[in-house]
Ligand binder design. Sequence first.
Ligand code: 5RP
Length: 293
Amino acid sequence: MQWGLHNRLARIIRPSDHRCVMLAVDHGYFLGPTRKLEDARSTITPLLPYADCLMVTRGLVRTCVNPDTSTAIMLRVSGGPSVVGPSLADEAITTAFEDALRINAAGVTASIFVGTPYERQTVAGLAELVNQGERYGMPVMAVTAVGKELESRTARFLGLCSRMAAEMGAHMVKTYYCEDFGKVVESCPVPIVIAGGPKLDTERDVFEMVANAVALGAVGCDMGRNIWQHDHPIPMITAIRKIVHDGYDAKDAHDHFTTACNARHVAQRGATPRTTKGRTAKAATRKGRPSRT
Ligand code: 5RP
C-alpha cells in the first residue's frame, strides 16, 4: 500500500489495536435538520475529542468543525436524494476529490444501493472514487446503504454488498450489524465498521450490538443517532470506546456508562442520575424499584 494511503488509513483505524470509533454526523445530507442535529456544531464539538474519526459532509466540516481538531475526517462525498423524494438510492458523487484533499480528509465515503435501480450508478460511482483514491493516496469507505428498507439487513444481502464494495477496491466497508454477522465479516477482505441505525430502546442494546460486532471481527463502529440523540452522548461514546479499544463486554461498558452519567450528574447538579439498569433513578423509583445509585 502506498505511503499516503497507509498513513491516512492509520488516522482512521488505530494501528496499535486495529480498531476505530467513528462518529457519524452526516445524516443531514438526506434527512435535513434531524433531531439533535439542528445545531450540529453544538452536538459535534463536545463529542469530537472522543471520536477517532468524524464522518461528515463538506458543508458541516466548513461550518461546524473547528479546523484545529486532531480528529480525522471521513468525508461523505455522495448524496442527492432526500427522505421526502422518490428514492433515497438515486445518489451521485457530489464532492470534488480536490475538496477532500483541501479539507485534509483522512478518507472519503459514498453509499452503494445494491438491489435497487441505482445499483450500477452507485457502484460505478464508488469504483471511480477508488480510482481517484488510489491516484491521490486517499482511502475510500463504502457504505452498504439500505435506504428505508431496514428489514433488508440480512447477512446474505449485507455480505453481497460488502463483498461487492471490497471487489470494487473500497479500503473499508461500513455496513449494519445483523444475525450471522460473522459471515459478512468472513467474506469481506477489508475492514468493516458497523452503523448504529435508528435509536435502539436501551443503552445496553447498543453496547451488546457493538460488543458482538467486534467479537465477530468488525474493527469498530461508525455510529450516529445512538450516540448524539442520547440524553448522555459523552457517556455513550466513552462506553463504546471501552468496548472497541479496551475489550469491555456489554455489561462492563454499561457499568462504565452509568458511572460516567452519575459523575456528570454530580458535576452538573441537576441532571437525573441513572441506575445500572439504564433507567433514570426517578423512573426506577416510580416503578417501585429502588435506585442502586
Ligand atoms: C447513512 C449513513 C449514516 O452515517 C449511518 O447511518 C450512521 O449513522 P447511524 O448510526 O445513525 O445509523 O451512513 O447512510
